[in-house]
Design a protein around this ligand. Structure first.
Ligand SMILES: [Zn+2]
Ligand SMILES: [Zn+2]
Length: 366
C-alpha cells in the first residue's frame, strides 16, 4: 500500500509499504478520508512523534476490509445498549463505514475503569504513538470504531475527532443561556466550537480571529459581522470590553495556546467568569503580575479540557456529534478549504507549515 512514513523529524516520505494484517481485536480499514490536524505539523516537522518510523494521521474514516480474530465480538461488546439492539449490528464488520476514535486507552487505570479514557496516562494513539491514517489502509482496534450512517460522508466522519474535541470543551464548561461567550482563535477547533455553540442555542458569542478566511467562515456560518474581531486590526481586549459593557466575557474559550492570548483571556473575563483552556501551548506561558492578580480578584475559574469522551454510551461526545451530523444540524464540510489526493496530501501539510496561503480544514480524500 502507499503511505506517508515519518522516519524522523522532518523526514516524511510517501512510499510503498506492506499492507498490515489485523491482529486479534483489530480491523483493517481502507482509509477514505483523512484530515490534517494542526498538531500533525509540529509532530512531523519540528518535534517528531513518540516513535519512528510512524504513519501519522489521527483524523480519518474508512471501510472495514478485514476483521481480525474476535474483532466482531469485541466491537459488539462495546456498543451501547441502544445500538446493540439495532438489526444491522448483527451484520459482519466487513464492509461497514466507520469513524475512528484515535485514543487507545490502557483499560486498567482508575480513570479507564470509570470510562474517562481521555484521562488515561498510559494510552496509545493512532498517528502519534502507533501508525495512523495517512495511508491507503490502517489498523484500528475494533473498540475504537464508530459506525457512520450513509447520510454522513467520509469527510464528515474524518472530522468527528476535531468536532468531538470542540464538543468536549463546550460540555466541560457549565454554560447558561445568558452567558456571553468569547472564542479566541478560529482554527478548526475554534470554528467547530462556534458551530456547536450556535447549534446548542447560544447566541451571545464574540469571536476573535486573525485571518481573513476565519472571518469569512465564521460569518458564513451565521456569526453577525459585529461579533467578529480581527485582532490584527484592533485591540481584542478593548473590543471585548466594549462589546460586553465593560464586564468581560462570562466564559472565555482560549483556542490559541499562546502567552498573549492566555493573558487576554484572564484580562477579558468577567468577575466570577470562567476560562476554558483549549489551545495546545506553543511554548512556555507566563502571566504578568497584574494579570495574575485578576484571577484572584475576579475569582476566575480556569478549566482545562483535553481530547474527548468515547465511552460508547449514547451521550458521549462522539455520539453527541454523530447525532447532529445525522440530523444535518452541523455541516463541518463548509470548513474544508483544500482537498488533496493521498499522493498530494503533503502539499496540504506544507501549506499549514509554511502558512503560504490561508486555510480552513485541509482534507485528504481517497
Ligand atoms: Zn487532532
Ligand atoms: Zn488507562
Amino acid at each position: 500500500m502507499n503511505a506517508y512514513i515519518l522516519h524522523e523529524i522532518n523526514q516524511l516520505t510517501y512510499k510503498q509499504t506492506d499492507r498490515p494484517i489485523p491482529g486479534p481485536g483489530e480491523v483493517l480499514l481502507q482509509v477514505k478520508a483523512a484530515g490534517i490536524c494542526g498538531s500533525d505539523i509540529p509532530r512531523i516537522y519540528r518535534t517528531g512523534a513518540h516513535i519512528h518510523p510512524l504513519i501519522p494521521g489521527h483524523e480519518f474514516s474508512g471501510i472495514v476490509i478485514k476483521a481480525g480474530e474476535q474483532a466482531d465480538v469485541i466491537y459488539r461488546e462495546h456498543l451501547s445498549v441502544s445500538r446493540r439492539d439495532c438489526p444491522s449490528q448483527s451484520e459482519p464488520l466487513t464492509g461497514k463505514r466507520m469513524g475512528v476514535f484515535p485514543l487507545i486507552p490502557c483499560g486498567c487505570c482508575s480513570q479507564c475503569r470509570e470510562g474517562r479514557y481521555e484521562l488515561c496516562r498510559t494510552y496509545s494513539y493512532l498517528g502519534s504513538r502507533r501508525n495512523g491514517g495517512f495511508a491507503e489502509f490502517a489498523l484500528v482496534p475494533a473498540a475504537n470504531l464508530i459506525e457512520i450512517p450513509k447520510s454522513v460522508s467520509f469527510e464528515e466522519a474524518a472530522m468527528l475527532e476535531p468536532m468531538a474535541v470542540a464538543v468536549h470543551a463546550m460540555r466541560r464548561a457549565n454554560l447558561t443561556p445568558s452567558d456571553t461567550i468569547a472564542i479566541c482563535g478560529l482554527g478548526t477547533i475554534g470554528l467547530l466550537l462556534l458551530l456547536f455553540l450556535q447549534e446548542a442555542g447560544f447566541s451571545n458569542i464574540l469571536a476573535i480571529g486573525n485571518k481573513h478566511i476565519q472571518q469569512q467562515l465564521a460569518i458564513q456560518n451565521g456569526l453577525p459581522e459585529a461579533c467578529y474581531c480581527d485582532s490584527r486590526q484592533q485591540n481584542a481586549g478593548e473590543w471585548l470590553m466594549e462589546q460586553t459593557g465593560g464586564q468581560g466575557a462570562s466564559t472565555f474559550f482560549e483556542c490559541v495556546g499562546k502567552e498573549e492570548t492566555a493573558s487576554l483571556a484572564v484580562d477579558s473575563t468577567a468577575p466570577e467568569g470562567q476560562i476554558v483552556l483549549v489551545g495546545n501551548p506553543h511554548s512556555d506561558i507566563g502571566l504578568e503580575q497584574d494579570i495574575y492578580w485578576k484571577i484572584l480578584r475576579n475569582q476566575l475559574t480556569i478549566r482545562g479540557t483535553w481530547n474527548s469522551s468515547f465511552t460508547h454510551s449514547a451521550d458521549d461526545d462522539w455520539h453527541y456529534v454523530l447525532n447532529r451530523l445525522e440530523q444535518k444540524r452541523i455541516r463541518p464540510g463548509c470548513l474544508i478549504t483544500h482537498r488533496f489526493s493521498l499522493a498530494e496530501l503533503e502539499r496540504g501539510m506544507h501549506i499549514m507549515r509554511d502558512k503560504s496561503e490561508e486555510y480552513g480544514k485541509i482534507m485528504g480524500s481517497l
